[in-house]
Ligand binder design. Structure first.
Ligand code: 2IT
Length: 446
């Protein structure tokens, strides 16, 4: 593989798509050596094919806001790769959504889904609709308008969307309602992250955060460390951060910082059930600020304009957005003695931050391994829907445990270095890539 030529070609074809190009480069750098040992991959031009989405749907979404004004947004679905199963991946509603962001997410999703051990291809979608400050009625009307365009391109065996940033249980409800109305036949498993009374899986809301902490547990255990008594700084206060805070606290760690776009909340005494529940209220308020947490709980303090990475902690867990932890943040964390960073958000760290962590020799694991418990549990939701039954929380949790352990094992198998240490970035990328590449090879040139 000629990495520089492939990247130069991609940059020419997709100018300025920085997140997409960043995600592709990270994977190709990791797999280059292994790929070159497989001339059959080179012959079938697997790399050149795997980096491009199968297809992208772009559509106009027009809706009416509470003031009676007409609003127009853009909607997308990127069907990235279906070599190992139907397209699967979340929908992101955020003002910065564009094709580059969704292509990076779809690309990452392809390898993440391969890691889960379940048969799911990769996809991503969403809109530049900004949920901040919107009423529930506006969110409903937007979701309905979005689905009138999307519905014909998705389906139980075709493409199964779910939530991502800005899309939680409420939005999936509105989207599913409209889908079923348009389809005129009940398709239970066409979206995941559904409510518990209409086909949702127990533990899906918690699964991304829980799975991340199970992965971190394995990583720490192998390194002779433990979560017990460790201090954790995490970014965000949405669904993912909530699940991570809940499980981290349950496993004996102390979550001492959460953050939002407005600043950081320092929470020296750790989380209580009440505080964890309050994170959900913050998310549901649609205000996208974390400051009210410190008003509600006086033992916590809010500092505007600061990130979670300014707080001295043992473990850093980015749980919000891509590139939210940069080289400067990594330097600050390392100077403060942080010894582990696990990306819970997709591509939460910049390449400079990852490089700094790896140079310093601290534990680092990438999003596609750490956060795969979310989509894995979506896969379990699809299975339950197909079988027309629902498993208990215990059953789902056991399966999630098993899947996260398998992902950790795969990272160790493909990421073990000559000095005995595990490069989790390499391990996750190679394990995910090999599975999808092999599947593409066996199914011919299509
Ligand atoms: O990034 C992700 O893995 C998700 N947003 C979850 C996708 C899913 O289909 O559950």
């Amino acid at each position: 593989m000629d990495l520089n030529k492939i990247m130069a070609d991609l940059e020419r074809k997709h100018p300025g798509e920085s997140e997409y190009l960043q995600a592709v480069r990270e994977v190709l750098e990791s797999i280059e050596e292994v790929y070159n040992q497989h001339p059959e991959f080179e012959k079938a031009k697997i790399v050149e094919r795997i980096v491009e989405p199968d297809r992208i749907f772009t559509f106009r979404v027009t809706w009416v806001d509470d003031k009676g004004e007409v609003q127009t947004n853009l909607g997308y679905r990127v069907q990235f790769n279906s070599a190992i199963g139907p397209y699967k991946g979340g929908l992101r509603f955020h003002k910065a959504v564009n094709p580059s962001m969704l292509k990076f997410l779809g690309f990452e999703q392809t390898f993440k889904n391969a890691l889960t051990t379940l048969p799911m291809g990769g996809a991503k979608g969403g809109s530049d609709f900004d949920p901040v400050g919107k009423s529930d009625a506006e969110i409903m009307r937007f979701c309905q308008a979005f689905m009138t365009e999307l519905w014909n391109n998705i389906g139980v065996d075709t493409d199964v969307p779910a939530g991502d940033v800005g899309v939680g249980g409420r939005e999936i409800g509105f989207l599913n309602g409209m889908y079923q109305k348009l389809a005129r036949k009940y398709h239970t498993g066409v979206l995941t992250g559904k409510g518990m009374t209409w086909g949702g899986s127990i533990l899906r809301p918690e699964a991304t955060g829980y799975g991340a902490l199970y992965f971190v547990e394995h990583m720490l255990r192998m390194a002779g460390r433990s979560l017990e008594g460790a201090t954790i700084a995490l970014s965000g206060f949405g669904n993912v951060a909530w699940g991570a805070a809940k499980k981290a606290t349950e496993l004996g760690a102390k979550v001492i910082a959460i953050s939002g776009p407005d600043g950081v909340v320092y929470n020296p005494n750790g989380m209580t059930d009440e505080k964890i529940d309050y994170m959900l209220e913050l998310r549901a308020s649609n205000r996208n600020i974390v400051a009210p947490f410190a008003e509600r709980f006086p033992d916590a303090t809010f500092t505007p304009g600061k990130k979670a990475w300014s707080v001295k902690c043992d473990i850093a867990l980015p749980c919000a957005f891509q590139n939210e932890l940069n080289g400067d943040d990594a330097a600050e964390l390392l100077a403060n003695g942080t010894w582990c960073c696990a990306e819970v958000s997709n591509m939460g760290c910049t390449p400079e931050a990852i490089h700094a962590f790896q140079q310093a020799g601290i534990l680092f694991a990438p999003g596609k391994a750490v956060n795969a418990g979310g989509v894995a549990t979506s896969g379990l939701e699809m299975t339950q829907n197909c079988m027309h039954l629902s498993w208990s929380g215990k059953e789902v949790d056991e399966k999630l445990h098993f899947i996260m352990e398998s992902i950790h094992e795969a990272c160790v198998k493909f990421g073990r270095q000559a000095d005995g240490r595990v490069d989790y970035v390499k391990g996750a990328n190679i394990a995910g890539f090999m599975k999808v590449a092999q599947a593409m090879l066996e199914q011919g040139i299509i």
